[in-house]
Design a protein around this ligand. Structure first.
Ligand code: CO
Length: 429
């Protein structure tokens, strides 16, 4: 399903000045919820009158052998941006973050990024070869891999290009498009270091080349130190087999590091003493600076957050009164220590409530419960991780890295909530 988001420009300076003059935000209190309006207890027709769904028997068990969401959730889908890439095979789709809650992304909604389309692999025909600077080159079948000790971990996976279109200004109207190249699932797999130990690593080994079995034969160089630290070779996500578009039957998990290194359809790991020359079509993950030089090997995904609701695709529809502001925060450095939310474009901050598991290199869910008086808001969230890194403003990021970058944009996002509850992607200076 494709939807063409409205491309939009940064607000004109006059409107920016209006925001900064204090016309916005001051009247919305983050504390003291309004008294809940009682529901109408009598004469509520959906209860007092018999509805279709309590008049007739419903479908029996196994009418949907593999369960699917309610027909009323048909809008909750991955979407792509047609003009963004030349082909669907080397392209990206986006997670509908604005429709989700908690920290786990459902398997069918995890964003996709392929360089040669989805490989459909018969698992009995899949192999993982480990060779190069090892004592004994090995080839594992899927059943071979199942005999190693398994681990379960929840990790976020973010494409290095997530928010890349927002470097020069507010561009895409929805967090699905500005921040949707991220997902977070529970992986089951075996430790890469156990497989390497089985083959026996030579003392001069320093790097791995991981290669996928897809049409692009996607490859990435990975430092041995990371492989021995926390990399997994995973075959399950959220308890079931990996989806084909997520690397079925086997993918590499590189916790906290940029998504292009998490090689899908993993078929080969070569141990070497230096990084490999990247293939040309997959070598673009460098960060071009203002002086024309490029940052290479920028792997860790920095501390980042975004408010998922309200947001342009999830406006406030209920009018003034009790309202929930919610979003996601994550960091490749570990756990999220704190998330602050601003209602006035970053002048005042309130600490949000993190609810649910707080796991290293996983998404964190935060909430700020407010009493909205119907005035305009400039919503922002700012995450701080356990290593002490603070999410920067977009201007701070541009001052450090220029405007030529595409990758590693972890700048603070601003949503402009209007009095009618609709929301726009804007920037404040
Ligand atoms: Co990078």
């Amino acid at each position: 399903m494709t939807e063409k988001p409205e491309a939009k420009q940064t607000l004109e300076p006059t409107s920016r000045r209006r925001f900064l003059s204090g016309a916005v935000g001051g009247a919305a209190a983050a504390a003291g919820l309004a008294a809940a309006r009682p529901a109408v207890a009598e004469g509520e027709s959906v209860i007092t009158e018999v509805q279709d769904w309590n008049r007739y028997l419903g479908d029996g068990v196994v009418s949907r052998p593999y369960g699917t969401p309610s027909q009323y959730e048909a809008n909750v889908v991955r979407r792509d941006v047609e003009w963004l890439t030349a082909s669907r095979q080397s392209s990206v789709s986006f997670t509908p973050l604005h429709e989700l809650d908690g920290i786990i992304t459902p398997n069918g909604l995890c964003f996709e990024r392929h360089h040669g389309g989805t490989a459909e692999i018969e698992p009995s025909q899949h192999r993982l070869m480990v060779h190069g600077l090892v004592d004994t080159p090995l080839v594992f079948t899927m059943p071979d891999l199942m005999r190693f000790p398994r681990e379960n971990h929840v990790y976020f996976l973010e494409c290095a290009a997530n928010s890349g279109m927002e470097w020069r200004g507010a561009q895409l109207n929805g967090c699905q498009y500005t921040h949707g190249m991220v997902h977070c699932v529970a992986y089951t797999g075996v430790r890469l270091k156990d497989l390497l130990a089985e083959a026996g690593i030579k003392t001069n080994a320093k790097w791995l080349l991981a290669e996928g079995a897809d049409a692009a034969a996607m490859t990435r160089s990975i430092p041995l130190e990371k492989a021995l630290d926390d990399c997994l070779v995973a075959f399950k996500m959220n308890g079931e087999a990996l989806r084909p578009e997520q690397g079925y039957p086997l993918r590499l998990v590189v916790p906290g590091w940029e998504g292009n290194m998490w090689i899908k359809w993993l078929r080969r790991i070569e141990v070497g003493d230096q990084p490999w020359q990247q293939r040309e079509e997959t070598s673009k993950y460098t960060d071009l600076l203002a002086n024309g030089k490029a940052r290479r090997f920028t792997w860790v995904m920095d501390v980042k957050s975004v408010i998922t609701s309200p947001s342009p695709q999830a406006p406030i529809r209920h009018g003034r009164g009790r309202a929930v502001i919610t979003g996601l925060a994550w960091s490749g450095n570990g756990r999220i220590k704190r998330v602050d939310v601003s209602l006035d474009g970053g002048r005042n901050w309130t600490t949000a409530r993190i609810d649910g598991p707080s796991l290293s290199k996983a998404m964190h869910r935060f909430y700020l419960d407010i009493d909205w008086d119907g005035s305009e808001l400039l919503l922002q969230s700012r995450a701080i991780d356990e290593a002490g890194f603070v999410q920067p403003t977009k201007n701070e990021l541009r001052a450090a890295r220029g405007e030529n970058s595409i990758y590693h944009n972890n700048g603070i996002q601003t949503w402009y909530v209007k009095a009618d509850g609709t929301v726009e992607n804007v920037e404040v200076s």
